[in-house]
Design a protein around this ligand. Structure first.
Ligand code: BDR
Ligand code: CA
Length: 330
């Protein structure tokens, strides 16, 4: 029995790895992808998603462009730090062929709302970028807010932020949207920096992909190496790059990879702590806890699953190395 999943991506290098994790997971049926702004403009993210789907032979999955900027803004510009970490094209300046298949004409919010109405609790939504499009779906339909199962990458409960002392990058882009999500959605698992900065990838692992000699292996290795190099500058203490978004997908497949704290969450919206994800004081004694924050992770098991799934996915893509020449006869 497979779990249906919709990814909401700002593709982004670790979003690309998350997408690959989903495609490499037989337990998941990816029924669609919505694209958001964040690491890149929404158009760039959608293009990257389509190109990666094509690379892995999965252009059958529909992709919808979501909202292009935060709720309280009328435009979006990519932050310098995002360009540094993900590259200007979002996928570490790797070059993928222009996708043949285009994004769907339909509306991402309508797609999300209809999917939850159709599949209910059999569907998991995995947002790995700013919460803007998901918040719009919550506002569009109470049924979505009540029945959507959301496993999101974002936030930080017991560790500092990564773009500002209090704020994690995805929440920082649109704090109002994540706050609305935490207050209205009834089943949210938060995969934040508390756990994602414990799951690190190094060049030792990416070398495995490079050795495959396939287009998929080269792409994964080149993009991840770019990401690892950026982390060597921004967080040299870690000794690798954080597998933020793939961990959220992995938890959608297997919730037992993390241990969660049940809590009602909110986002600080004013002052120097704007963007902080924290317990909602007003709902402290509410017996119903709508959020589950991952506070511990089985690092070894996750990394093993991650490598196995991405490596077998990449193995099946076309060879890039010419076959060895036959031995000349004497
Ligand atoms: C999150 O921010 C983005 O840069 C990554 O893709 C990830 O979703 C980590 O804070
Ligand atoms: Ca992301």
């Amino acid at each position: 029995m497979t779990t249906k999943v919709i990814l909401d991506l700002d593709t982004g290098i670790d979003d690309a790895l998350a997408l690959a994790y989903a495609l490499g997971s037989p337990e998941l049926e990816v029924i669609g992808i919505t694209g958001t702004y964040g690491n890149v403009l929404v158009e760039t993210g959608v293009r990257n998603t389509l190109a990666i789907l094509e690379l892995f032979g999965r252009s059958d999955i529909p992709v919808y462009a979501g909202l292009p900027h935060a709720r309280r803004r009328d435009s979006f510009e990519v932050l310098e730090i995002s360009e540094f970490i993900h590259g200007i094209n979002g996928i570490g300046e790797t070059v993928l062929p222009e996708p043949v298949v285009q994004a769907e004409e339909g509306d991402a919010v309508e797609f999300l709302v209809a999917a939850v109405r159709e599949h209910g609790e059999d569907l998991v939504i995995v947002p790995t970028g700013p919460s803007t499009t998901i918040a719009a779906a919550i506002e569009a339909d109470d049924h979505f807010a009540e029945h959507a199962r959301i496993v999101m990458m974002g936030g930080a409960l017991a560790v500092p932020g990564n773009v500002r002392p209090w704020a994690e990058a995805n929440v920082n882009q649109d704090p109002e949207a994540t706050d609305l999500l935490f207050r209205r959605a009834q089943d949210v698992t938060m995969i934040g920096l508390d756990v994602t900065l414990q799951t690190l990838l190094t060049t030792e692992e990416t070398a495995v992909w490079r050795e495959l000699g396939t287009a998929g292996g080269d792409f994964l290795a080149d993009a991840a190496d770019y990401y690892i190099r950026a982390y060597e500058t921004t967080a040299p203490n870690l000794g690798g790059c954080g597998l933020h978004d793939p961990l959220a997908v992995a938890v959608a497949v297997d919730p037992s990879l993390v241990t969660c704290l049940d809590i009602n969450l909110k986002v600080d919206l004013a002052g120097e702590t704007r963007g902080r994800t924290i317990g909602d004081h007003d709902r402290l004694n509410d017996p119903v806890k709508t959020a589950h924050v991952a506070v511990a992770v089985d690092v070894e098991r996750f990394l093993a699953e991650f490598m196995q799934r991405l490596t077998s996915l990449a193995e099946k893509t076309r060879a890039t190395e010419p076959a060895a020449a036959p031995m000349a006869r004497r």
